[in-house]
Design a protein around this ligand. Structure first.
Ligand SMILES: Cc1cc2nc3c(=O)[nH]c(=O)nc-3n(C[C@H](O)[C@H](O)[C@H](O)COP(=O)(O)O)c2cc1C
Length: 228
């Protein structure tokens, strides 16, 4: 059942939800299927549906995935930060953010990310978005844009469809650090790669506000990027 039908409200309040996921409430299969059908209307490169999706609700499987996700946290966040590794500090450490407000926000986000790591097995359901398209040879360029760009419109539509029904979600790409291990657990066909996961469930309350963003003038220009 739709709870928020105003599209602008859905677009502006689909937040990343971690701590407000209600672990005690099961998500009915029909709701998940409805959101998948909505998302399947998203645009896809070359009009080739080289995408595969798996929704995990099985407790044992969630436990195994949670163990992998904990390893991702340790290997890509906790250990590099504790060693002061430059690239990770620059990307994630609150201390390198410019203002006190940004530092506090980054602290809150890291705290939320860790909460998800510690609680993944309790999340009611997790969508895995995968691609069976040929893996692009270069990290940049049309091939790469088409490869990843054929997955995220589906994922974002899925998140919007969840939100309009009173559910919340997290786009958690970090799981792709263990893409091969996850593919094995999910019995994905050969050549099918895990791009991201989206843990989701009903939210505790449905009130969410707009996110903090830079003024639009800092990220947008008409016609050309001049630096006034
Ligand atoms: C490409 C991308 C990757 C992300 N990966 C993760 C992730 O691995 N784990 C996580 O907890 N959140 C992840 N997020 C969520 C961001 O941390 C989130 O957008 C941020 O906390 C801001 O919250 P908001 O979306 O509610 O404004 C990701 C978001 C994007 C767009």
């Amino acid at each position: 059942m739709k709870m928020i039908s105003d599209i602008d409200e859905v677009l502006t309040t689909t937040r990343t939800v971690r701590k407000r996921l209600d672990f005690s409430r099961k998500v009915p299969v029909e709701v998940i299927e409805e959101c998948l059908l909505m998302a399947q209307q998203a645009s896809v490169g070359s009009n080739k549906e080289d995408w595969k999706f798996v929704v995990v609700t099985d407790s044992e499987l969630k436990k195994q995935l949670a163990t992998l996700y904990q390893q991702v946290w340790d290997e890509t966040v906790a250990i590099p930060l504790s060693k002061g590794e430059a690239a990770t500090v620059e990307r994630l450490a609150p201390s390198v953010r410019k203002s006190e407000e940004e530092q506090n926000r980054q602290k809150r986000i890291l705290d939320g990310v860790k909460y998800l790591v510690d609680n993944l097995e309790n999340v009611p359901a997790i969508l895995f978005a995968c691609s069976s398209a040929p893996v692009p040879r270069n990290a940049m360029g049309g091939g790469a844009s088409g490869y990843y760009g054929s997955i995220f419109p589906f994922v974002w539509s899925f998140q919007l469809a969840l939100r309009s029904r009173g559910l919340g979600s997290v786009l958690a790409t970090a799981i792709a650090h263990k893409a091969e291990e996850v593919a094995e657990l999910l019995l994905l066909p050969d050549g099918c790669k895990v791009i991201t996961m989206v843990p989701f469930g009903y939210t505790k309350g449905i009130e969410f506000s707009k996110g903090a963003r830079q003024p639009i003038s800092t990220i947008f220009r008409w016609d050309r990027w001049d630096t006034q």
